[in-house]
Design a protein around this ligand. Sequence first.
Ligand code: SF4
Length: 187
Amino acid sequence: MGLETALPTDYVLTTQIQRVINWARRSSVWPIPFATACCGIELMATASSRYDLARFGAEVMRFSPRQSDLLIVAGRVSIKMMPVLQRIYQQMTEPRWVISMGACASTGGVFDNYAVVQGVDQFIPVDVYVPGCPPRPEQLIEGVMAIQRIIDEDRIPPAGPGGKRAGLGIAIAPTHSVAPQPVGLGS
Ligand code: SF4
């Protein structure tokens, strides 16, 4: 059963090419998971049959950035790992979108220390933040739907310099001040 059984086949539809392209893109976002910690378990649960991510056309998890256009960062990211995440982002196809899933990816969470990035948006552009520790699958699905709403509003080519997304301010250094040591380091 399909549309062709419900509609007369000699109908003509008029629309804008931008709407058709955005409709195709929003219905086929292919996520690449970057799961480093416990939020990744909820990400895996979201992909299970119980939550049926296929309703949004986003069930095809790819582990190749060149076949993906939605990066889901789930879990804390260390300073050492950030160049890897940036490289993956750079290798993804345009246009591409990013979800920061959970408190750790968005803010560093409870890991307020020199080794953990205090928010991945300091290094890559983030489109949607999903709050929680960890967020439930329903929350991540709401994040995917938010991405779809962003795609609905996208222009062709997408807004930005040269028709591309905002450039990366690549600097592998924390942007927060290092907290003083609780005890003297000695001489
Ligand atoms: S936000 Fe909570 S659940 Fe997610 S990675 Fe951090 S500690 Fe784990």
